[in-house]
Design a binder for this molecule. Structure first.
Ligand code: SF4
Length: 108
């Protein structure tokens, strides 16, 4: 395995920029990893598909002092609840806000 690669079954690491942002308490943008991208799309937050444009959309929607926490919360929610293949919608606190076609359960 080369540097920067990961095992297919290993837990994805937090992006390096997110770790640095949290360390220095300074956000220069919203980290858009696979969880943030998937959850943002499912919650219809961005109007774009391209990750760079999604970041710009999120930066305009979320107050700058919330960028770091927002990314952490979406990554955590994506890992624990909003799985890519089988989201646990019945356990999701955002379910009433979500209209995703990927939902496995719906209250509305
Ligand atoms: S309701 Fe389901 S698809 Fe929507 S955010 Fe929650 S877990 Fe994800």
């Amino acid at each position: 395995m080369r540097r920067g690669e990961s095992h297919a079954n290993s837990e994805p690491r937090l992006p390096f920029s997110l770790n640095l942002s949290a360390w220095y308490h300074h956000a220069s943008g919203v980290v858009v990893d696979t969880h943030v991208l998937r959850l943002s799309r499912r919650l219809e937050l961005p109007t774009n598909e391209d990750p760079v444009k999604v970041e710009r959309d999120l930066m305009s929607l979320i107050p700058q002092d919330r960028w770091i926490d927002f990314a952490h919360q979406l990554i955590h929610h994506g890992r624990q609840i909003c799985d890519a293949r089988k989201p646990k919608c019945a356990d999701c606190s955002l379910e009433t806000l979500c209209n995703s076609g990927d939902k496995t359960w719906s209250s509305h």
